[in-house]
Design a protein around this ligand. Structure first.
Ligand SMILES: [Zn+2]
Length: 560
């Protein structure tokens, strides 16, 4: 399209054309020019120029933008030349010839073929409008139909704000026709088309694990609902978990102790959205569907605490998790429940469950170890601290997977020791002295009965206790070493054991002595037999406990 090279070129053509035609022909041409100029007696503004262009090149062509582009350069060159309106009109006229297919011959040809030019001048392009291949009418300009379609869609959107309505405007097609004095009827065609257009509602069906669960207005509404459900289990930044994840993949962020980062927020179930044609009344309220998705249409279950119930007992009885009981009944503290209280045991069965994976970084204490150092210079049973132990610290990174906020899995990712623990060192005595007493006395006779207690008796001190029993065996009251085993008039046959811890015990009036001096005995060893030797009135054991050389009341050491 470089026909309009410049003004001079046109002028030259016109001049040569004038010379070539007869006066009459020239008059006819001039007349026609004049009539044309009267039609376009304005310098078209941009908009008009454009639509004019469209009209020229759109006929039967779907390559409108492309053709428009090509024409644009031509229009621009016209505008740039800033021709007087007369010339512009001429040029425009000439362009029409080109566009309709005859123009390639040039203006000289047009002029010489003035007769056929008349027909072409009166050739009008019109557009037949079809709906589903049925002709509706004829319009003058495709724009008329485009505008109508837009207005119609807007109108139906206003009428059904909650439902996504679709008009079958896609089935409207146009066919151009160029005919001599062709007629069009814009309004009539649009009126008729308006009555023929059909609207229907479309929605998206929400399918969870293959099961249809509801219908929403559109995908945007569904996505909004999904975000809302997910956000309940994802804190703040987690809503953008997808973004966060992408960021951290490219540029790993070092989390500090006490920080966490949502790695994933996703549905456990497979969720699909399927566009479907629907009855406008089938669209569900987002809130209703949200509730259904989150609770699963479950009726609440209440339980009254009975005697003997406990939280874990109830959980076991109903085969539910203790965590559910705590979640539903936040008033339960320290597992305290009372008979008659009502407990909510509703277990929700959400159609949609949200799985979150959160990376958590925590500082954890490392328990110190204790090392024992055996020391045979210290008596057995005695310990002393050499070094105090100190707990260490480690930074632990782990992933916590939760479903609907309930912990499912914890995965340790890494551990980094910040501070090593300090081992405790403890000295433990191992020294065992043979015959050394434990410091605790046991009964020297089994099933002993006290026949006479410690204290003053008949004007003098009774230095021990008198014990009788059906069992005559006498046993060492503690570990020790026999320091006396023999007979004296008052105690008769008797034994004295030194426990080597400051204490001695004396066993008197024995009928038989089983040990000799120097013998090491252990607590409970049989050392002799009960008797009535010495200054005695009947078979019994006279038993003394001496601290140093002073007799003590044995009831201080033995439980009478
Ligand atoms: Zn006595």
């Amino acid at each position: 399209m470089t026909v309009f090279k410049n003004e001079n070129w046109i002028k030259k053509k016109l001049a040569s054309a004038k010379q070539a035609v007869s006066k009459i022909q020239l008059q006819r041409l001039t007349g026609r020019m004049k009539s044309m100029l009267s039609k376009v007696d304005r310098i078209p503004n941009e908009r008009e120029a454009e639509s004019d262009t469209n009209l020229q090149i759109e006929a039967g062509s779907k390559k409108r933008p492309f053709a428009k582009e090509r024409m644009q350069s031509t229009l621009d060159s016209i505008r740039q030349a800033a021709w007087p309106k007369e010339l512009y009109a001429k040029a425009r006229y000439y362009r029409m010839q080109l566009a309709t297919g005859a123009g390639a011959l040039g203006i000289a040809t047009v002029v010489t073929l003035g007769g056929s030019q008349y027909v072409q001048m009166n050739t009008v392009e019109v557009f037949h409008v079809y709906l589903e291949n049925q002709e509706v009418g004829v319009v003058s300009d495709p724009q008329v139909v485009d505008d109508f379609k837009l207005a119609k869609v807007k109108e139906i959107e206003q009428k059904y704000p909650d439902v996504h309505m679709v008009l079958n405007t896609d089935e409207v097609t146009l066919k151009s026709e160029k005919a001599f004095k062709a007629k069009s009827d814009d309004q009539g065609t649009l009126d008729k088309l308006s009555g023929m257009l059909k609207s229907h509602a479309v929605g998206v069906q929400l399918i969870v694990d293959g099961q249809p669960v509801g219908i929403l207005k559109d995908a945007d509404t569904a996505e909004g609902l999904f975000d809302e459900i997910k956000s309940k289990y994802a804190s703040g930044k987690a809503k953008d978990a997808g973004k966060v994840m992408v960021l951290s993949a490219a540029q790993p962020k070092e989390l500090q102790a006490g920080e966490s980062e949502m790695q994933k927020v996703e549905f456990v179930q497979k969720v699909e959205l399927k566009p479907i044609d629907i009855d406008p009344s089938a669209v569900q309220k987002t809130e209703d569907l949200a509730q259904k998705l989150e609770t699963g249409d479950i009726q609440p279950t209440k339980y009254t605490v009975a005697k003997g119930d406990c939280v874990s007992c109830i959980a076991k009885k109903f085969n539910i998790s203790k965590q559910v009981i705590y979640q539903n009944n936040p008033w339960i503290v320290d597992d305290m429940i009372k008979v008659g209280q009502q407990i909510d045991l509703t277990v929700l069965q959400p159609a949609l469950s949200v799985r979150t994976v959160e990376k958590i970084v925590e500082n954890q204490e490392i328990q110190y170890e204790t090392e024992y150092v055996q020391d045979d210079t210290v008596r057995a049973g005695i310990t002393e601290t050499i070094n105090e132990g100190k707990n260490g610290l480690k930074k632990v990174t782990f992933n916590v997977t939760k479903v609907n906020g309930l912990m499912m899995e914890e995965e340790l990712l890494s551990e980094e020791v910040i501070q090593e623990p300090v081992k405790a060192k403890i000295r433990r005595g191992t020294k065992v002295i043979k015959g050394e007493g434990t410091g605790k006395f046991s009964w020297p006779v089994i099933s002993a009965r006290l026949s006479s207690g410690y204290g003053s008796r008949w004007g003098k001190l009774h230095k021990g206790v008198d014990l009788t029993s059906g069992n005559k065996s006498i046993m060492a009251a503690d570990n020790g070493k026999v320091v006396y085993a023999g007979f004296k008039s008052d105690y008769g046959n008797h034994i004295i054991i030194d426990h080597m811890n400051g204490y001695r015990t004396l066993y008197g009036h024995l009928s038989k002595i089983d040990v000799s001096v120097g013998k090491i005995v252990e607590k409970g060893d049989k050392i002799g037999t009960m008797g009535s030797t010495g200054d005695s009135t009947g078979v019994h054991l006279h038993f003394e406990i001496q601290k140093g050389t002073t007799p003590e009341n044995p009831s201080k050491y033995l439980n009478f």
